[in-house]
Every structure is written in structure tokens, then in C-alpha cells.
Design a protein around this ligand. Structure first.
Ligand code: AMP
Length: 336
């Protein structure tokens, strides 16, 4: 693809850097991925937690950094996972010294950016500075996979592995203190690859770590995505279009839920109801954040021995073979 030899004028990149769209690390341009940037501070201090509702405090951030190296979140499209994680990582990093800070690996954001570049190229349009960090990744994704994505399906596991490995090689990831996984793994074979230790982060084998499952009923999800689609106008995500959103939800049920079924109920898995009746969307966001922080606090308040054995046991590694022994996982050796 033409993008591979393409470099943007320095002045344009400098402007994008000053505007906080990209950053330069060890000779590479890196994307700065931001999500819903709305303020997440709750207003009232809660009497039992002593902190504003929905807001992380330094103690909880320090406990998290001490015990949780990797954190993974699962939820169907529209569950509010992106909004929750963006705010969480921002607050978390604000309380941590640079060497302990977390990066978020959001596979969908990379795939969307790459799809946007390919679309512009096909239309003969100009690239923008915020495209630069993704240019070296463009040819890792077969066009067929980009089409599958456009229709709301999941890309192949091979493509997901290629992109995840390439992202984890980037300087911001190699320098990070911890990682938050958003959108990977998403299928049983992807979980399996983590289990097999074939994905590395910062010189270590990447594991799921502490895991969050966010549940929201289908009707609510479709309604939320439809609202997001209407509200965003020309800026809308192409895959939020109603018929595509339905297919993304179907892909979640068919391919991600069987993987979640393996994890559900494990001691290092937090499951939360991401739907609140009778509150405005803003209030409901704060309420879900508060539920998440309280559950996280309870988890991290366990005696240190229990906590570390919970996080180190990786209990899910063993039964996967038993539960999915019937699946055609040829070529993927099962341990245990
Ligand atoms: P998301 O924003 O997480 O919904 O991701 C957008 C799209 O990217 C999905 O609909 C998939 O086509 C693709 N995608 C993201 N992560 C993965 C993954 N781990 N495996 C396969 N496809 C993925």
C-alpha cells in the first residue's frame, strides 16, 4: 500500500503533537487514543468510602498498581466499557508515578484507524497527522478482514494476533508499568493464545490479569448505540449503524460469550451490572463507576496472601481444555 512509504510533513506532525493528537517516543510516532472525555468526577463524597462517588482515590490507585499488572474488560458493544475504562485509566495514571502508569490496548481503535486510512487511500484523499502512527500497521490487516469489520463481524484471530504483537512492540507499551486490555481477547482461540504464553508484554508473558465483565441487556445496548449513532452525525462510527450494530452484538454472543463462560465465577473475575434503571445517562455512568470502584476495592482489600494467590493462580488455564476439549483447536496445544 502506498501508505507504507508515506511520511507526513514535519510541520504537520509538530502541530499534531502540540495539539496532543500524537506523541513521539524512541523515534516512533504513537497515537494518543482518547475516548469519551467527559468529566467523571462525582460530586457528593460518599460516607463509607470517603471519596467522591465514582472517583478513584490515591490509595485505591496505589493498591491497584501494587497487585494488578494486567486488567482486562469484556462487554458487548454499547455496554459503556470504553467510557468506564478511559476514565479509569486517566484517574489511575494521574495518581501514579510515570514508571507505574498503565497503557490501554484497544484493538478496535487501531482497527478503525487503519480502516479509515485505507478508505482515504482508496478515495485518493490526503492523510492527516493523526494517521501517521498507524501507517506501519496498515499492511498487517488483509482487506478481507477490513470488510468483515465493516459488516460488524470479528477479524480473523491471526489478524488480531498480528496487530496485538505489533502494538505491544511499540515504545509506549514497552515502557508501561501495566496494561489494560480492551477488545482483546475476544474469542476462545485468542484466550488460548494468552494461556499458552505466546503473547508478550514488556518482557513478560501477557496474562488476562484481573478481569471485568460488564453486563447490559440487548435491548438497552441497541438503544444506546442507536442514540450514539444519531448524536454523532458525520462523526459517527461506521459500525454503529443500526444493522451493523446488531451484527456486532450477534458476534459478541456467538464468539465472545463462550470465552466469557470459561472465565465467569473465577476469583479474579469481577462481574458488574452495567445497566441502571431510572437514572439519566450521566447519573448512570457515575453509578456504574461507583459499583466498579467498590467491587475493585473489596477485591483489593483481601488479605495480601489471598489476593496474590488469586491473581497468580490463573485458575482459568486448567479447565479450558476440559470445557473446550470438543472445539477444533487444532495446532493450539493445551496445557494442563
Ligand atoms: P470494538 O470497537 O472493540 O467493537 O472493535 C471494532 C471492530 O474491530 C470489531 O467489530 C472487530 O471487527 C474488530 N476487532 C476488535 N478487536 C478484535 C479482536 N480481538 N478480534 C477480532 N476482531 C476485533
Amino acid at each position: 500500500l502506498a501508505a507504507l512509504g508515506f511520511r507526513l510533513p514535519k510541520a504537520e506532525l509538530q502541530r499534531a503533537f502540540e495539539d496532543g493528537e500524537v506523541e513521539y517516543l524512541e523515534g516512533q510516532w504513537m497515537p494518543i487514543i482518547r475516548g469519551g472525555a467527559e468529566d467523571w468526577s462525582g460530586t457528593d463524597s460518599d460516607q463509607t468510602t470517603g471519596r467522591p462517588r465514582g472517583q478513584l482515590n490515591p490509595q485505591l490507585a496505589a493498591q491497584f498498581a501494587q497487585h494488578v499488572r494486567a486488567f482486562t474488560a469484556f462487554g458487548p458493544p454499547g455496554a459503556g466499557k470504553g467510557t468506564l475504562l478511559d476514565a479509569f485509566i486517566e484517574q489511575l495514571n494521574a495518581h501514579l508515578p510515570p514508571e507505574q502508569r498503565y497503557v490501554k490496548l484497544e484493538t478496535g481503535a487501531y482497527f478503525r484507524a487503519i480502516a479509515g486510512i485505507v478508505k482515504k487511500q482508496r478515495a485518493g484523499g490526503a492523510l492527516s497527522p493523526s494517521d501517521e502512527p498507524y501507517l506501519s500497521l496498515v499492511n498487517l490487516i488483509p482487506l478481507a478482514d477490513l470488510e468483515i469489520m465493516q459488516q460488524g463481524g470479528l477479524m480473523s484471530d491471526a489478524t488480531a494476533f498480528a496487530i496485538v504483537n505489533a502494538i505491544l512492540e511499540q515504545p509506549a507499551y514497552r515502557q508501561a508499568g501495566g496494561i489494560i486490555l480492551d477488545g482483546f481477547p475476544r474469542t476462545v482461540p485468542q484466550l488460548q493464545a494468552l494461556q499458552d504464553g505466546s503473547i508478550h508484554f514488556n518482557g513478560h508473558t501477557l496474562a488476562l490479569g484481573l478481569t471485568l465483565i460488564l453486563d447490559v441487556p440487548d435491548e438497552v445496548l441497541l438503544e444506546r448505540v442507536a442514540q450514539r449513532w444519531d448524536a454523532a452525525g458525520a462523526e459517527a462510527r461506521a459500525d454503529d449503524a443500526p444493522e451493523v450494530a446488531r451484527k456486532r452484538l450477534a458476534a459478541y454472543h456467538a464468539e465472545t460469550e463462550p470465552m466469557i463462560a470459561v472465565l465467569r465465577g473465577r476469583p479474579d473475575v469481577i462481574e458488574l451490572d452495567g445497566h441502571v434503571e431510572g437514572l439519566s445517562p450521566e447519573e448512570s455512568i457515575v453509578e456504574v463507576r461507583e459499583r466498579f470502584l467498590q467491587t475493585l476495592q473489596t477485591f483489593l482489600d483481601q488479605p495480601v496472601d489471598e489476593l496474590s494467590s488469586t491473581l497468580e493462580a490463573r485458575a482459568w488455564q486448567q479447565p479450558l481444555a476440559a470445557v473446550f476439549g470438543w472445539l477444533p483447536l487444532a495446532g493450539v496445544p493445551l496445557e494442563g
